[in-house]
Each structure stands twice: as C-alpha cells, then as structure tokens.
Design a protein around this ligand. Sequence first.
Ligand SMILES: [Zn+2]
Length: 388
Amino acid sequence: MSVRIFGSPPRYHQGPGAVLGIGGIARALAETACVIVDEGVHGIVAGPIAESLREAGVAGRVTPFAGEITYAAIESLTAALRADAPGLVVAAGGGKALDVGKGVAARLGVPIITVPTIASNDAPTSASYAVYDEHHVMVAVDRMTRNPDAVVVDTALIARAPAHFLRAGIGDAVTKAFEARGCLAGTGLTPFGTRPLLTGGVIAEAGYRTLRAHAAAALAAVERNAVTEALEATVEACILMSGLGFENGGLSLAHAMTRGLVKARGAMGAPHGEQVAYAVLVQLAVEGCADDEILDLMGFLREVGLPVRLADLGLTDAAPEEIDAVARLTMTAPHIPNMPCPVTAENIAAGMRRVEDLAASGRSRPDEAADASARSAPAFAPAPGGTA
Ligand SMILES: [Zn+2]
C-alpha cells in the first residue's frame, strides 16, 4: 500500500459577475499583480478585472497575449514581467492565456488566479499546462507544483460565449467518470503520480450525473445568453468536477486516444472535448461493456450534439488502415495501463469498429431510459485485490 495524493485549488468562485470580486481574492494573495489576458477577450474582461484590482488596492498591469504557447513565448513573457516583480499572476481568457499564465507563474514562483471566459475544458482548475511548438504540435504537458490558488468563473461571461465552447467542455467532462473507473481498476497513476484515492472518482461520477441531468438545458440557455441553474450546474461539472476528477481520479483510454485522433484525417481539427467524447465510447467498447450501456451514452452524446462516430469528428469513410493508425498511436499514451484489462492496438481498432457499427445500427438507447444514467454511471468500489 502506498501513499496517495489529493490536490485541488484552495478557492473556487463561480457565478454571474464573479470577475468583479477578483480584487478581494487577489488582495489576500499579493499586493501587486500582472494580468495576462487573451487578446480576443481583452475588450470584455481586462477593464472589469483592472477596476476590481484597483478598488482593492492591488497594483496591476494588463498584458494581452496572442499566439501559441511555446517555451520561447513563456520565457519571453516571464522575462518581460519579472522587471515588475509581480506578487501574483491573474490569467484570463479561453485557454491559451491560462496556460501561458501558469507557465509564467511557475517560473516567477508566485500564485495564480485563473479566470476562464469559456468552459471548453477543465484546465482552469488543473495544475497542468500544455506547451506547443511553432507548428501547433503539443510537445509537453508540464505541471505547476500546486493547483491555481483561485479559480474565478463568471457564468455571465460563459453564457455570452458561443455554445460550441460549452459543448466541447461537456465532452471533456463526460469522460472523467469512466476514465477514473479505468484508472482505479487498472494499475495506473493520477497526474500526481500516485494511485488514486477514492475521492477523485466520486467527484467524477457526480460530474457525469450532473451533465446527464443538466447539460442539454445548459446548452439551450447559452443559445439565448441566459444564466440558469442548469448552466451553473453544467459549468461546475465542466470546470470543477471534471478537473478534480481527472487530476485525482486519473485518465484512461478516452484521453489516450487523442494521441491518434490529433493526427487523423479530418478528426485532427475537432476540438479536444469532441475527440474525447467519441473516444469514451471506444473505451466502453474495449472494456467489453454491453451494447445497451454504450447506446445509452451514445444517446446522451447525440442529445447534446457531441460526436458518436468517426465521421462526426470529420474522418469520413475511415479506411481500415486509418483506424489501425489511430489505434497504434493511442498505445503510445501514458494512460494505457489505466484500464481494467490489458489493451492492445488490435483491441482498440476492434472497439472503434464496434462503435461505428452501433452508431450505424439505428438502435437507440434502451426503452427504460428514464433511469439509464443511474444504471450506466460507474460504481467506485475498488476491485478486489486491485490495489497496488
Ligand atoms: Zn481533456
């Protein structure tokens, strides 16, 4: 039996107008801040954040960020900001600014507040940040020594963003319960490098149930820019529960498959959340789940407009060699041991074909769909003798 770790941000704030409270949150952390804002939302959030900091007596300078998160970009931004010796990084935007902010905060050795303006993934909660090369190819996923010190999610901003961002966030979050189950049942490790405690899986399961209950209504709310209880619940599932779920519960085949899907014809252009939503169906197929269970999840994904087959991702009329190539690349991911049973490229290719057949079968989820989410939600009992 070994030591296991649970990690999370110490504070998480969510609600309409949450950015207006940033000054008070920042004041508790430092007297000076640098604010890194994605150029695309600069006009929307830079003003309210700067105003809130000023009111709280926190000196701050706003720096717009555009372009790719390369090591060179992180280093040059760090060098430019080091002169001001900020006591805190506030990173606001759709993802790039949050990740570059994490890289800068890690190098400056200061706290960070993340302020997502869309809910397309769970990065705001996570200690991880992805680094790319100049050709937009991911070269590393680095980690800060701790999670962001505060996450501030203004749901009025999320409600104003195009619905496809939230849809991608739902896709990224829907996988986590199944992936945590895979990690716990297999021999895998969480991003903290330990076997999972039970808590991560419980949170991931709660996230899945929340999405089943509220995601469709949340998407409808965003279409009319409305902040509703369904939107609040869905955003919490997409950013907080999903982030805590994967960092503490572990990832599995669904995220491993992005290794292949980012290189596949057509599918390479699909958002991360859409890739993993499709891939979690393959994970269930590879695990040998019953048709009904796969069809139940497929029905939900269709309901919220997420992909259920390769053609939905942009890989139309996939040739056998293309399926085999995705399966082979998937095997290079570190999450492959996080499965209840050993997996081969052949298993994965067979799983992909099974999903294609089920999607084309015209069968829908079982008649007793009313309680289907309860039935298909993973149970988090440790496998007998399955602990390392
Ligand atoms: Zn993800």
